[in-house]
Design a protein around this ligand. Structure first.
Ligand code: KOT
Length: 840
């Protein structure tokens, strides 16, 4: 009865009363225990890396405890769960983040201290988990942190790539890629679940069989691979809740072994086993280009199949009737990459659970939501040929979904074949293929954009026709980033300063409180401390630059403005505009007399980012950056007035160092190209001023802090199309007066070999020249406005009082860009899930 139930609950809660203690002595004991028994080193002699491993395992134990408690609690309360499906997560390092979220940083630091170690040094031993490319993947990581912190009953699902995003090394100014074998020294942050495995099937044929007098399709697969779960605990901040990021690794199925006996070809079958593992071997390094490769499709399905088997198993453990699925399960598609899930759920419900097509379809339409991260119309497509051989049953299901969709559509819009062709999930033509975005939109109850501007573009351009059909599906969920990692972990000086002046640490769970900093806007002491924090961060960054780039013996001045552009290299992000601006600045300096030079604000221009290995133009941008740096940095006449630094191998941990040390950051995408941008938010939170176009989420940053507190430039979204037309038409003069003159001069310098490598840079120059690339991203027409914004930044920097006010107002206005706000919005209006807080 009830009493028995209560007694059982009480027993459980008392067991849940964590038994690992968090005082420095207990932590120290555990660290030494792990040095001896996990790392297997003598507790009398171990180095920084071994100290890292031992501390990591000490923290891991505590995470596991909370992880268990959380999951027992979820199992008991059976809330509606969110499953966040993403092929990419850029987690970065875990130690500092975990220790902070567990609230044991001081204790850990003290425990280490007494053993003769320093926490920061130990934390730096950890390598990044880089299982993703860029913005989309880091967003997933920020969102996991918010889901845990806000106590949502959520799970993340992803792939455990053995090789994460390639490491970038620079040789002679050229990018080279090195594999990132990140699991080399073991990974203490994952728990291998050798018993949580599922079979994933590929290839084969579809046959029709009679079952209970009805015809039923069955898929007879040709190949089986096993998926093994690796769990990565995600601790919330200020809560006991610790959720799970479950990543799948491929391993050969025991079915492979059977074949070996059958064919007698032992050696070959062992070699073949190896092939299974290649599925989760390596992350595709292309930021948003889809190549229709079979291995990529295999990865997607492997991920989808394993995750959905796991999700369905859990659902069936807790519930008996599939009608309950929409009340208990929300499946979120992070871009189109996991959208095969739709066909897979249909297959499971129809072929395996025998639900009947219409009933299954009804359920499917209630459980999926979808976020798109791109402005472009030309989205992910899967060639039908590939699907036909790899997933024949799924192809049939996709055809049937499309058939039903088009039939419905005909009833609504009539036989307008050109429109039907546009909306169709199947693209006919030379290369027949499945349009994943169309599939996701048709089957999801919500389609989310990642900024207001992005949503507007989705409605009026990218998915205009779909918006006409389903206006209620389209929603805006402006991105956010977690202030735990982007302030608390990466900028401890600012964290302390904010907490001191707000008189509370509550902003770490409620970023809106940051607006309270405005109360101290004119306080001289506050200003002084604020500037001091920035200075210390600039010192850290300068040390890194000087240590890393010893080859060029570069020294940077702390009085200089640290001007930063770090992100993936893309033409639309216009790193080239930045470099052209630098060359122009150099020209101006060269033409200045001594007197004028004295008034110049010294600059350190920092650029960092990876180019996709096959993206030639992006690679040339990196080389140009180095060529320009070499010329300028070695010009003794220029001295400290201008330095150019390329930071190699930009990743999450480098970002944690660079962002807090930046004075100015650049976000230069041609308006209408960056769906949101999240780097801008990280810089904003760190009191770095933005120099940016009115693109993506920057438009909303302006709403929060006002146009006066950043340096805005360039064509607005509505002007871009006109300017492009103008560039191409013969009627309008191509080169109005003065400003393009500067641009032309800079371009000519690069083209004529002023920075060497004339032939190599030719095709790069052509992207902005007429009759060639036609300057699609409008560098020419934005150049004048860009230089004006740069001049405004110089001017503002001279007035340190004004600059500090702008910096304070940036942080004070950053509350809306916490991923906590984004996640709460998703939870309430898209997923319909409630917090489920594990008792302490
Ligand atoms: C990659 C492949 C296909 C489609 C989209 C992408 C993609 C988009 N990868 N990263 N993004 C970025 O996602 C961020 C988070 O929403 C945005 O802030 C940013 O604007 C996107 O470029």
């Amino acid at each position: 009865g009830l009493g028995e139930h209560r007694a059982k609950a009480e027993r459980m809660y008392s067991l849940m009363d964590g038994f690992l203690k968090n005082d420095p002595i207990s932590l120290q004991k555990d660290i030494l225990h792990h040095v001896e028994y996990t790392v297997a080193r003598s507790r009398f002699s171990f180095d920084d890396f071994e100290a890292y491993q031992a501390l990591a395992h000490t923290v891991r134990d505590r995470l596991i405890e909370r992880w268990h408690d959380t999951h027992i609690y979820f199992k008991r309360t059976k809330p509606k769960r969110l499953y966040f499906l993403s092929l990419e997560f850029l987690m970065g390092r875990s130690l500092s983040n975990s220790v902070i979220n567990l609230g044991i940083e001081d204790q850990c630091a003290e425990a280490l201290n007494q053993l003769g170690f320093e926490f920061e040094v130990v934390a730096e031993q950890e390598g990044d988990a880089a299982l993703g490319n860029g913005g989309l993947a880091r967003l997933s990581a920020c969102q996991m942190d918010s889901l845990a912190t806000l106590d949502y009953p959520a799970w993340g699902y992803g792939l455990r790539y053995e090789y994460g995003l390639f490491r970038q090394i620079i040789v002679d100014g050229f990018q080279h890629e090195k594999p990132d074998y990140w699991l080399n020294f073991g990974n203490p942050w994952e728990i291998e679940r050798i018993h949580v495995t599922y079979e994933v099937k590929f290839y084969g044929t579809v046959e029709e069989v009679e079952m209970n007098g009805e015809k039923q399709k069955v898929w007879i697969p040709g190949e089986t691979v096993e998926a093994v779960a690796y769990d990565n605990p995600i601790p919330g901040y200020g809560t006991r809740n610790t959720i799970n990021l479950r990543l799948w690794a491929a391993k050969p199925s025991s079915k492979f072994d059977l074949e070996a006996y059958n064919t007698g070809d032992y050696i070959n079958s062992v070699v073949n086993r190896q092939k299974a593992e290649t599925i989760s071997n390596v992350l595709y390094p292309d930021d948003r280009s889809h190549q229709g490769k079979e291995l990529r499709l295999k990865q997607q399905y492997f991920f989808v199949s394993a995750s959905l088997q796991d999700i369905m198993r859990r659902f069936k453990e807790e519930h008996t009737n599939f009608d309950e699925l929409p009340e208990k399960v929300a499946l979120h598609l992070n871009d189109t990459h996991p959208s095969l899930s739709i066909a897979e759920v249909m297959r499971m419900l129809v072929d395996e659970e025998h639900l009947g097509w219409h009933k299954a379809w009804d359920i499917v339409c209630k459980i999926f939501s979808f976020t798109t991260h791109t402005m472009v119309t030309d989205g992910e497509k899967i060639p039908v040929d590939l699907l036909e051989s790899l997933l024949p049953r799924h192809l049939e299901i996709l055809y049937e979904i499309n058939f039903n969709f088009l039939e419905e559509l005909k009833k609504r819009i009539g036989l307008d074949y050109s429109r039907l062709a546009l909306l169709s999930i199947v693209e006919e033509g030379a290369m027949k293929s499945i349009r994943m975005a169309n599939l996701a939109i048709v089957c999801s109850h919500t389609v989310n954009g990642v900024s207001k501007l992005h949503l507007e573009r989705l409605k009026t351009k990218t998915f205009k026709d779909f918006y006409g059909l389903y206006p209620e599906k389209f929603q805006c969920k402006t991105n956010g980033v977690t202030q735990r990692r982007w302030i608390v972990v990466s900028n401890p000086g600012l964290r302390d300063l904010i907490s001191k002046w707000l008189g509370t640490e509550a902003w770490i769970r409620d970023a809106d409180l940051l607006s309270g900093l405005r109360d101290h806007l004119d306080n001289a002491d506050f200003h002084l401390e604020w500037k001091m924090v920035k200075k210390v961060n600039k010192m850290r960054l300068a040390e890194y630059i000087e240590a890393f780039l010893t080859l060029s013996l570069l020294q940077v001045s702390l009085d200089a403005m640290f001007d930063v552009q770090v992100k993936r290299i893309h033409e639309y992000k216009r790193q080239l505009l930045n470099i052209f601006g630098i060359i122009h600045r150099y020209n101006c300096l060269k033409n200045m007399d001594k007197d004028s030079r004295r008034k110049v604000v010294p600059r350190v221009c920092i650029i960092g980012g990876k180019a996709a290995p096959g993206y030639e133009i992006a690679k040339k941008i990196i080389k140009l950056c180095h060529a320009v740096a070499e010329k300028i940095n070695n010009d003794t006449d220029i001295g400290d007035l201008l330095k150019v630094v390329f930071i190699p191998d930009y990743n999450v941990s480098v970002a944690e160092l660079v962002i807090p040390g930046a004075d100015l950051s650049q976000h230069l995408s041609t308006a209408g190209n960056e769906a949101s941008g999240t780097g801008n938010m990280k810089f904003l939170m760190n009191g770095c001023l933005l120099l940016a176009t009115a693109d993506g989420s920057t438009v909303e940053i302006i709403e929060e802090i006002g146009e006066d507190n950043l340096f805005l430039f360039g064509a607005k979204v509505h002007e871009v199309e006109k300017r492009r037309q103008k560039r191409l038409s013969n009627l309008a003069p191509l080169q109005p007066a003065k400003v393009p003159l500067h641009f032309a001069r800079v371009l000519r310098m690069v083209r004529d070999g002023y920075f060497g490598h004339k032939d190599y840079f030719k095709s790069l120059c052509e992207t902005v020249e007429f009759g060639f690339g036609n300057d699609y991203y409008l560098l020419t027409s934005d150049f004048g406005s860009y230089l004006e914004a740069q001049a405004a930044a110089d001017k503002a920097f001279v007035n340190q009082d004004k600059w500090t006010r702008m910096s304070i107002l940036s942080v004070a206005g950053s509350g809306r860009f916490s991923s906590d706000r984004t996640i709460q919005d998703y939870a309430e209006s898209t997923w319909k899930i409630n917090p489920c807080r594990c008792p302490l």
